[in-house]
Design a protein around this ligand. Sequence first.
Ligand SMILES: *Cc1c(COP(=O)(O)O)cnc(C)c1O
Length: 385
Amino acid sequence: MNQLTKSLLSWVEIDGKALVANARALRAQTDSRVTFCSALKANAYGHGLILCAQILQREDATDWIAVNSLWEAEKLRAHGITLPLYIMGYIPLPELEGVFAHDVRIVVYNQETVIRLEEIGKRLGKIARVHLKVETGNHRQGVYEHDIPSWITLFNTCKHVVLEGLSTHFANIEDTHDHSYAQQQIQRFDGYFSIFREAGIPIPYLHSANSAATILFSKTHGTLVRAGVALYGLWPSDEVNHEVNQLRKDTIILAPVLSWRARIAQVRPIPKGSLIGYGCSYRAERDMTIAIIPVGYYDGFDRGLSNNGEVLIHGRRAKLCGRVCMNMIMVDVTDINDLHVEDEVTLIGRDGNDEITAGEMAEKIGTIHYEIVTRIREDIPRIEV
Ligand SMILES: *Cc1c(COP(=O)(O)O)cnc(C)c1O
């Protein structure tokens, strides 16, 4: 490891075993016939799209992979990923030929998309598989129940577009202990399925479950689950963690997959009374030693952590002093002995007996751990350990 990272300023370590164990733990929540789809959008929640896909494929730990956009699918195909791919975001009409070129399934909610796919499919002599996103209460992507007849008419006219799936997404499952809103969504989703069943249209894939639903409600599993955040060893929320591990007394073990590390660029004394960094926002109240860490807000280390965040060095906490810069932070290492240039620093993860979690960082700046990890700059190397 040390050899590999010696010349790097900053890198992300991916625990492949933990990723696979999390996938298996989630899969164990579902019936063995349920297709397990891993959400690898947003650079696999910051964990590295290609690396995570390769690990999951190599270890046979997922059936499908879901991403947001066509270019992510294109990248996966270019790196030898042969698993079924499902695209959850919007694809511009002029780009739809890529659906055939990269052999991907896509979610649809605009009839324009289906009409264009039919035209392209006819020209190429190929078939596109689509999943209709229906509105059950999230009011993000989706189509209303009263529009279903016109969708059925459209699908009946298509020879090159097949309706393969029906999907929806929960609005309020991990943010609360009150699951009545989610229950309503489950019921509405069942209603859509009945409409298609009564119209004699078979739909192989029915899916609504994200990580929280996969963990909490088996009746949401349908024939496919789409798990994201929990795959990376991050609980969807404290509420879900509490419900499972306290109330239900189950044991689902999720192990964090990602550690973010860097190296010290300088260690230097700071005389009492000095002002540190932009805006002179930190005043040294004693003679101090600080370390300069070559990571800043450009790298995804949030500026809200100015005078607020901490890092681990030699297993000890060092507080940020001054504002987070574009490419650097300064930390107080006065009480940490025997420091050298290029010693390892942990921004997220474990070092010795202490650990800084993405959740801890998120809390400090009033966001969620999803945002902390997805914002780690994409071209910082992701390395499997
Ligand atoms: C991101 C995403 C998921 C995964 O959600 P998690 O809460 O991270 O498990 C599932 N479905 C859709 C449509 C998504 O966009």
